[in-house]
Design a protein. Sequence first.
Length: 333
Amino acid sequence: MGEGKRSIWVFGDYRNYFQNRVTLQLISRASDLAKAIDATVCVTVFGHGVDEWVWEYTCHGARKIYVCDHEKLKFYSNDIYLHLMEKLVREHRPEILLVGATAFGREFAPRLAKRLKTGLTADCIGLDIGEDGLLVQTAPAFGGNMLTKIVTPVKRPQMATVRPGTFQEIPHDNDAVAEIVRVPLPDDLPEDRVTLVSSVRQPERVQKLEDAAVVVCGGRGMGSRKKFRNLYELARILGGEVGATRPVVYSKWADEEALVGQADKHISPRVLISFGISGAIQHTAGIRDAGFIIAVNKNPHATMMKMADVAIVADANQVCTALIKELRKRIRS
């Protein structure tokens, strides 16, 4: 028996909630999409002692929450979670199903899509409703050099994984109300092929790039990998994080987690300091929500310099080194 009204579902992944807000970001975008097709925003939550997360998702925009709370679900099991989700989707037939493109989501979503015999667009950076009412899923292609728009015209649900930081979450609303549907643990649970012996949560030493208030971003204009490392010291002093352009990552000066751009991480820091970045469209599309931009480049006509609130025409590494020296001096005094 399906829903009386169409629905958009978000899989609630709360395990790294304070560092990863992608579920809240997806609820926010689902709320916008729901208005276009007159649908209800639903979230699924599996685990043990999960009422705290049910409340959080309600306050951030969910209007219906399917909760399966049982001791057997205390630890994540791919087989069991897939079984539960497949049963719920087949019973309630959501129009759209969104999952965060985290390490978990990239493992979970493709397997679920295969079981449901539907399509899946991975690592989306845009979601919209087309004139025909279909979900238009925008994703990078050909190594991020192109963007493609994908629709699922026949199969349901229309599934997508979405990169963290792509959308803004709805502000917390203590007065929000949602319908809570308690889902009993099925009798036909599969045998778990993996036994968890023990687990230890390793705290993240640094904040996520998408959540940083200050981001120091570097391009090939830094000159070399050794000089690029200075950006990490500057970011440490400022309490920020380091971002990078695609050429920098390809040159192995920084890892992929630092990649900022249209097809990569979208950031919205209060302050962005850009060193040696010309400002290709693939990069600037990922920083359009930055609050205040300081750019350093030898070329005064670079796109990045035109975007900046403060533009400094100079050698990027020299300015970075001088800043580090001055800040250290002020810290000591």
